[in-house]
Ligand binder design. Sequence first.
Ligand code: ADP
Ligand code: MG
Ligand code: MG
Length: 252
Amino acid sequence: IPLLQVNDLRAKIVESNVEILRGVNLTINRGEIHAIMGKNGSGKSTFAKVLVGHPDYEVTGGSVVFKGENLLELEPEERALEGLFMSFQSPVAIPGVSNDQFLLMAYNARRKKLGLPELGPLEGFSYLMEKLQLVNMKPDFLNRNVNEGFSGGERKRNEILQLAVLGADLAILDEIDSGLDVDALRDVASAVNKILTPENSLLMITHYRRILDLLKPSHVHVMDNGKIARTGDLSMVDAIEADGYELVSALT
Ligand code: ADP
Ligand code: MG
Ligand code: MG
């Protein structure tokens, strides 16, 4: 069975009742890397947030099956524990909670769900150090307060660190490459390549070719007006760069 099966998914913004997703269809199997491209405002981030259960949106139709289960019935926390990852950027820095404490807490919750014993502080710290090296980050990163004073690039690296620590069956990365310099982009891409296995999958949202060339998605989708308008392989990116999203979407 597919890892993720999305059928005719519709969703609206709770506050305004405006429908944003208008029938999204997408199937992701284990081991696949999917990229979603598309112009600003086409609904890419909304789709990602609806999958993880963001409270700003309400599903109005369709279905999402993840690992054989009805994903839409699960609370956001349960979706994460089931192995659906999207970075948890806390909007405000949490005073007195350092990044390592925060990460270890989240990881232990997932271990518990997987039936594994919790890691104590020492084991936990060496586990985190190992993952830190994987994403090529300095150890002082762990002592900082959560999200406090992280630069844009550091926040992106931290997102990958979260993924490395927690592990996931399906990771969703929304514009992980935006605002990264060339070196940071290469680090992020190489860390993602190390995290991916034939057993897990990646759904990445991006505007740029650079990260696609590094991660080589098996499937490239163009979202337009709340739907996936077109699906192809990496070569479709050439058409997008030459003709723009409008034309490529219209070729369905
Ligand atoms: P993309 O990620 O493709 O640029 P989004 O999913 O962020 O697009 O947004 C799609 C449309 O929905 C945009 O018009 C955006 O302004 C609107 N939208 C998304 N989320 C909200 C929200 N929470 N409140 C109001 N409007 C929203
Ligand atoms: Mg956008
Ligand atoms: Mg977006």
